[in-house]
Ligand binder design. Structure first.
Ligand code: MOS
Length: 735
């Protein structure tokens, strides 16, 4: 089905199942421990051996020699895979560095060997006996030092890295009120609960890999390419995923090494990346240094807005797209954005939840707070004053829908924003300095082609098959809701099978496009299934209504099961999106409101209340959508207050590479969160009229917290994370 004209009324609009706050259909499997994650696929292939990955001990250079003798003789060892023994490997399309390094080493903890043994303990013990001698070369590890002279990041067609409209310099020079400030965000790790893990099994030249991966079709392609085998010979299975956040969008070393280990050992091999390896071996969100300049008239209209961002990556890597939201969020006739990319020899950077906007808004939305203060305007009012209903870089392109103003107004009202003290550092609650902060949320709405197969069985149960993944987001449930709504069935008459590359290729889970795109694929397949049923039963498709497990027209009602009297009906379709995402600018919006307490003596920051008001089209399931947003708000709190991969600038690696040293929020850090969704539909987005919320929820949170800290203390923080050591010497003398 091609989606190239705005959606009109369709069966989804009935909202009997879609739009309802249903429990996850996979919930019972999750809470009883019977949902099998990659490493738990014990019985899919017999006689599994265990692989343990050895990571490089230098950041850049060459392996001079590997002594594997002791490891080979260790108890239980079956084989050892290295670049030397693995045969020729190609590099996939989505990774920057090789997933099995050697002799060149491109980054610290790049995999250099896999030791395969009978047991996990034997593999791990033998891996310690691998002796590698390196010739180290000098690398660049310091973004601050590499920043000057960093060239323009290469542009992609649809998202240029350098943009200019009007005359930014002139308008800024002429502006009544101006701001010119720098901000920084650190390297961050996805730190998902489930480590990267794979079980590989070869049957002659055919590989099956049970793994933990967000994007099945991309990863089949990259695994086949890496191993230099036909795509048809690779099957990926990834039914349950314990979090990804972008860290599992791509093929990683666990998958490649499990496949190579299994081929060498001639039996199934399972590999999980040990937690201390993950931070440097896999991808991370790159650090940024950002400069923002804003000029406005005395009454607060933005006339000039400029955003430059510097980040680093390995050679041929990519920039963090931190200027993305600044192209679209606020009005202003004169504007510029620029992304610079330095070559750094740190581990590979890549997407992490809301790549671009998440770190970009951490800077932009502090700048907006600073600007409001200079203008003596309320920060909510300043944002509302500079709203735009068209793409400010392309004024002929309107937003399909944009309710940012409504989000901010409703949020202010619900949060009690009028109780915020305008003068910073003046609200006290015992030992706590109390403050409120606001930030706008913005995240683009991407749509991706997505397929599904649906079967109506003789038992009247509809089963949906798709290679779509559920990374904890609720894909199983919203896809079931979609099929149930389309076929007029209750949710318990629908089954969903996901995450298998033998099923139709879907949008996958990324860029918050999954919910809208994958359910649209189910919608398309169900349109075909309805047609098949109607044909079989001799109804007229124009007036057939699917409800209560039957097809009805006039006074005739026939149970669905009659259509399948002589065998199940199976159909398949793919939703393909036309140009509506180009003729209209599609995005999601929100307002984040935060209240913090800062210990007047120690500078310890405690969140007291958080509120998000979100505008994201139809909400397919308010319960799972809320879970996405509160999870994302929590991640935003981590980004504001804790998360920081500390770079060893001499040796070139992230020092705090485990969950003891890399801190993320826990329950005690998050006292009270509220999420509100505006009641809306966006007919430009898809037949579902939905968008995504999984990334929107993190966008702006960090800045709202920084702004609340400013309001509490009068201390303007521009470098994340905002830890107490940065506050303690500057606290007002009021303790
Ligand atoms: Mo996302 S960062 O595309 O999983």
């Amino acid at each position: 089905m091609k989606f190239d004209t705005p959606a009109t009324t369709n069966p989804i609009d009935r909202l009997k199942v879609v739009g309802q706050p249903l429990d996850r259909i996979d919930g019972p499997l999750k809470v009883t421990g019977t949902a099998r994650y990659a490493y738990e696929q014990h019985d899919v292939a017999p006689n599994q051996a265990y692989g343990h990955v050895v990571g490089a001990a230098i950041a850049k250079g060459r392996i001079v020699a590997m002594d594997l003798a002791a490891a080979r003789q260790a108890p239980g060892v079956l084989t050892i895979v290295t670049a030397e023994t693995a045969g020729k490997l190609d590099k996939g399309d989505y990774n920057t560095a090789k997933l099995l390094g050697g002799p060149e080493i491109e980054h610290y903890h790049q995999a250099v060997a896999l030791v395969v043994a009978e047991t996990f303990e034997q593999a791990r013990a033998a891996a310690q006996l691998v002796v590698v001698r390196y010739a180290e070369t000098k690398g660049a590890f310091d973004l601050g030092a590499a920043k000057d002279g960093a060239p323009d990041a290469p542009s992609e067609d649809e998202s240029p890295t350098q943009t200019a409209v009007g005359d930014f310099d002139k308008a800024l020079a002429a502006a009544a009120v101006t701001l010119d400030q720098s901000y920084s965000t650190p390297d961050q790790s996805h730190a998902m609960m489930e480590p990267h893990a794979s079980v590989a099994h070869w049957e002659s030249d055919k590989l099956t890999l049970w793994t933990s991966n967000q994007m099945i079709a991309w990863t089949v392609g990259d695994l086949a390419k890496t191993l230099r085998i036909p795509k048809e010979n690779v099957r990926l299975v990834s039914p349950f995923i314990g979090g990804g956040f972008g860290g599992k969008l791509f093929l990683r070393s666990d998958a490649v090494l499990a496949a190579l280990g299994a081929r060498a050992a001639r039996r199934p091999v399972k590999v999980a990346l040990q937690r201390p390896l993950i931070f440097n071996n896999t991808t991370h969100r790159p650090a940024t240094i950002q400069r923002i300049r804003i000029g406005a008239t005395a009454d607060g209209k933005i006339t000039a807005i400029g955003h430059e961002s510097w980040s680093g990556d390995l050679k041929e890597g990519q920039p963090e797209l931190a200027t993305q939201q600044t192209k679209l969020l606020y009005a202003g006739a004169n504007r510029m954005t620029s992304l610079k990319l330095a070559v750094l020899d740190l581990p590979e950077g890549n997407a992490m939840r809301a790549p671009g906007e998440a770190p970009g808004l951490m800077a932009l939305e502090i700048a907006m707070d600073e600007m409001a203060e200079k203008l003596k305007l309320d920060p909510v009012a300043f944002r509302i004053l500079n709203d735009t209903q068209v793409d400010p870089e392309k004024p002929k392109v309107a937003f399909s829908q944009r309710h940012l103003v409504e989000c901010l107004r409703q949020g202010a009202e619900r949060f009690g924003w009028d109780k915020r003290s305008v003068k910073p550092g003046t609200t006290r609650d015992g030992k706590w300095l109390v403050g409120m902060g606001v930030a706008a949320a913005f995240r683009g709405n991407l749509v991706m082609k997505s397929g599904a197969r649906v079967t109506l069985g003789t038992d009247g149960v509809v089963t949906v098959f798709s290679d779509m993944t559920d990374i904890g987001t609720g894909s199983y449930t919203i896809m079931a809701q979609t099929a149930a709504e389309m076929m007029g069935l209750p949710i318990d008459k629908v089954k969903v099978e996901l995450g298998d590359s033998t099923f139709p290729a879907s949008a996958g889970s990324g860029g918050q496009w999954g919910a809208n795109s994958a359910t649209s694929g189910v919608y398309a397949a169900c349109v075909k299934l309805r047609e098949a049923v109607v044909q079989k039963l001799g109804f007229n498709s124009a007036d057939a209504v699917f409800e209560d497990g039957a097809v009805k027209a006039g006074n005739r009602a026939v149970p669905l099961t009659q259509a399948v009297g002589d065998g199940a009906i199976t159909v398949e379709d793919t939703i393909e999106f036309g140009d509506l995402d180009k003729t209209y600018s599609q995005a999601t919006f929100g307002g984040h409101f935060v209240e913090v307490g800062v210990d007047a003596a120690t500078g310890e920051v405690r969140l007291r209340r958080m509120l998000a008001v979100c505008s994201a089209g139809r909400i397919l399931n308010p319960k799972s959508a809320r879970s996405q947003v509160i999870g994302a708000m929590t991640m935003g709190a981590g980004a504001a207050l804790m998360e920081h991969l500390v770079v060893d600038k001499r040796r070139g690696f992230f020092v705090n590479h485990d969950l003891a040293g890399y801190e993320v929020p826990v329950h005690a850090d998050i006292p009270h969160q509220e999420v509100v969704f505006l009641d809306e539909t966006d007919p430009m987005s898809s037949p579902m009229k939905a968008k995504g919320v999984g990334e929107l929820g993190i966008c702006g949170v960090g800045a709202a917290i920084a702004n609340a800290i400013y309001n509490a203390t009068g201390i303007r923080m521009r470098d994340y994370p905002i830890t107490l050591d940065k506050l303690i010497d500057r606290l007002p003398a009021v303790a």
